[in-house]
Design a protein around this ligand. Structure first.
Ligand code: DX5
Length: 223
């Protein structure tokens, strides 16, 4: 598995959002993550679909929308319409998870299931045939710049086992505190897609930072 590096737009300079998306793509981003927050499910408020639409035509890389919102079912069509190829939802915000995952696919997007730190992996049972990616949060969602929770590594390993046992081709994406000193731990136990916000945003040379993260992950996966 070639590791993918997915910069989070949450750490971008919002006064230059479009330019930041272009710079991140030019720096080698495999896709961009939009942390959509409603101020209810998480204590922060971020991007509506029109903000994403304003940046869609500037880059060709895929967009993933992580919907950290109450009642995200009502938002699905809007985020699909503005060009998010991946839509990630958190099971505890859904009334009917199985139906919601079907709906995301009907809208032409790929399905991500987001597991906050305390969400058990049992929520993945009976739905893996509808899932394209499991996002394992290695921080509590809401803000960038938080400390990586290495206590999530057994959970990553368990989800990797569940996916391999299912026979379905499903990515494991990790998100939260991912940088040069933490990416190896997540990759070693089964993650293959890595969201990074503050670590890349703070880098003098973003292309070098992304290249280094990809190398560290590839080395850990190969071990
Ligand atoms: C938390 C956000 C952050 C963000 C990445 O809800 O999802 O994890 O994407 O930010 P860093 O890499 O700074 O933790």
């Amino acid at each position: 598995m070639r590791p993918l590096i997915v910069p989070s737009v949450l750490s971008a300079d919002f006064s230059r959002l479009g330019e930041e998306c272009v710079e991140l793509e030019q720096a080698g981003a495999d896709r961009l993550q939009w942390d959509v927050m409603d101020g209810h499910y998480v204590p922060n408020l971020t991007f509506g679909p029109d903000v994403i639409a304003s940046c869609r035509g500037l880059v060709s890389c895929e967009f993933e929308a992580q919907l950290m919102c109450d009642r995200p079912e009502e938002l699905l069509p809007r985020y699909a319409e503005v060009g998010c190829e991946w839509i990630i939802v958190h099971p505890e915000t859904l009334r009917q998870p199985h139906r919601t995952y079907q709906r995301i696919r009907e809208l032409g997007a790929k399905v991500g299931v987001g597991l906050s730190p305390a969400t058990p992996v049992s929520v993945l049972e009976h739905v893996l045939d509808l899932v394209d990616m499991v996002l394992i949060m290695t921080v509590s969602p809401g803000f960038g710049g938080q400390k990586y929770l290495s206590s999530m590594e057994p959970k990553i390993a368990r989800v990797r086992w569940m996916i391999d046992d299912s026979g379905h081709a499903i990515d494991i994406e990790v998100d939260g505190g991912i940088g040069p000193t933490t990416i190896g731990g997540a990759a070693t136990v089964g993650a293959n897609v890595f969201v990074s916000g503050s670590s890349i945003a703070a880098a003098e040379d973003r292309a070098a930072a992304i290249k280094e993260l990809r190398r560290l992950a590839a080395d850990a996966i190969a071990d």
